[in-house]
Design a protein around this ligand. Structure first.
Ligand SMILES: [Zn+2]
Length: 369
C-alpha cells in the first residue's frame, strides 16, 4: 500500500503529488441563511469545506500552492462585465442602503426578477434599489452576496486560472480548491451557490495557453448549467456532464436534459447524461467512461469535480462511493490529457476531504487496471 492507500501501480515518471492551488481568501464568503421556498435555511456551502479538503490533501502528500491574484482577462472573457461589476459592488451597495435598519441583515437577497414575463418586450432598466436590481443577475434566492463574497469568489477564480497556468506550463495535472463553486454561474447570471465560473475560467486559460480544443467533464451531482451555457455555441470547448435527472425535480430543474447538444458551431459539443435518483457506482462510472472516451481527442481536460454525487451527501440522491470517485479519476487519467481539476460541490463535511483525495489518487496514479 502507498500514501494513497492504493496498491502501487505507479510507473516511472508518473505524478504522485498534485499541485493543490488554494487561497485563504476563499474562506471569506459566508452564505449564512439561504432563502429556500420562503424560509431561511442554514447554508451548506460553508468555509469549513475548504479546510476539510485541505486537511485530506495535505495528509495525502500533495503540494499546497497559495494562489496569487490573477489578471481579470479570463473573468471578462467568460462573464459579462455587468455581472462582474454587480458582484464586486453588491455588498457595498447593500451596506450603503437602509437595510441594516429595515431588515437587520447584511446579505443581498433579490426581491424582483425582471424576466420576460414581467417586462413583456420592454427594455428592463437597471433598478436603483439594490434589492430590486439584484434579480437582474441572481436567478435564485439562495445564492446571497454578503461581505467577503466577492473576495472569496475572486480568489476561487484565481485558483482556477493559476492551476490552468501550471498545466499550460507542463504540469500533467493540477487541482484548484475553488470555493465558492462555479459551474452554475452563466455568462450574465449567478445562482446555485456559484458566482464566477471557475471551470470555464480554467478552460479559457488552457485555450489561451495553446490547447486547440478543451474537454470539460462535469462529475458534480447537478448539471453545470452555467458552464454549458458559456460554451453552448462553441466547438473549441466540449462540455459533458453526468448528473441527477433534472426532470426528477433536481437543480437546475429547467435545463440539463439529454437533448441539449449545443447550437451553431457548437452543435454536438454538449452532452448531458442524466441519471435516475439512487444511481450508484456502476451506472455512474459507465457514464463517466462514456464522457472520457468522448473528450479523449481534445488537447486538454477540465474536470468539474463535484463530490456531492456521493451517497452521504445531503444535496443529491446519487449513491456514488469513494471507490467510485477513485475509479472516475482513473478513467479520466486514461484519456492521457493534461488536466485541471476544479472543485465544485460536495457538502458532507465528514467525508468531503476523503472523496476529493480518492478522486485525485485515481487521476494522479491512473494507469491500466
Ligand atoms: Zn452539485
Amino acid at each position: 500500500m502507498d500514501q494513497y492507500g492504493a496498491e502501487s501501480e505507479v510507473r516511472a515518471g508518473e505524478p504522485r503529488r498534485v499541485p493543490v492551488v488554494w487561497s485563504p481568501e476563499t474562506r471569506r464568503h459566508d452564505p449564512r441563511n439561504e432563502v429556500w421556498v420562503g424560509v431561511a435555511t442554514i447554508g451548506t456551502e460553508t468555509a469549513a469545506r475548504v479546510d476539510a479538503i485541505l486537511v485530506a490533501l495535505r495528509a495525502a502528500g500533495h503540494d499546497l500552492v497559495e494562489a496569487t491574484p490573477q489578471p481579470a482577462d479570463a473573468l471578462l472573457a467568460v462573464h459579462d462585465a455587468e455581472l462582474v461589476e454587480h458582484l464586486r459592488t453588491a455588498a457595498e451597495r447593500w451596506a450603503a442602503g437602509p437595510y441594516a435598519e429595515l431588515v437587520g441583515q447584511e446579505r443581498v437577497v433579490p426581491y424582483l426578477f425582471p424576466t420576460p414575463a414581467m417586462t413583456a418586450g420592454l427594455p428592463a432598466r437597471p433598478a436603483v434599489a439594490i434589492h430590486a436590481d439584484a434579480g437582474r443577475f441572481a436567478y435564485d434566492t439562495m445564492t446571497l452576496v454578503g461581505p467577503g463574497t466577492w473576495e472569496a469568489a475572486r480568489a476561487a477564480a484565481d485558483c482556477a486560472v493559476q492551476a490552468a497556468g501550471l498545466v499550460t506550463d507542463g504540469a500533467p495535472l493540477a487541482y484548484a480548491l475553488c470555493r465558492p463553486p462555479g459551474h452554475h454561474a452563466t455568462p450574465s447570471g449567478f445562482g446555485g451557490s456559484c458566482y464566477l465560473n471557475n471551470a470555464a475560467l480554467a478552460a479559457h486559460t488552457l485555450r489561451a495557453g495553446g490547447a486547440a480544443r478543451v474537454g470539460i467533464v462535469d462529475l458534480d451531482a447537478h448539471q453545470g448549467n452555467g458552464t454549458a451555457a458559456i460554451f453552448y455555441d462553441r466547438a473549441d470547448v466540449c462540455y459533458g456532464s453526468v448528473h441527477v435527472d433534472p426532470g426528477a425535480g433536481w437543480f437546475p430543474h429547467v435545463v440539463g436534459y439529454a437533448d441539449e447538444t449545443g447550437t451553431g458551431p457548437g452543435e454536438g459539443a454538449t452532452r448531458n447524461l442524466p441519471l435516475a435518483e439512487g444511481t450508484g457506482d456502476e451506472a455512474w462510472l459507465a457514464a463517466v467512461a462514456d464522457l472520457a472516451d468522448w473528450v479523449a481527442d481534445c488537447d486538454a481536460l477540465v474536470v468539474s469535480l463535484g463530490v456531492d454525487a456521493a451517497k452521504d451527501d445531503p444535496e443529491s440522491p446519487l449513491q456514488v462511493t469513494a471507490d467510485g470517485y477513485r475509479e472516475a479519476g482513473r478513467l479520466l487519467r486514461a484519456t492521457g490529457l493534461p488536466a485541471v481539476v476544479v472543485q465544485e460541490g460536495g457538502y458532507h463535511l465528514p467525508t468531503l476531504g476523503g472523496l476529493v483525495a480518492a478522486y485525485l489518487a485515481g487521476h494522479a496514479r491512473g494507469g491500466p487496471r
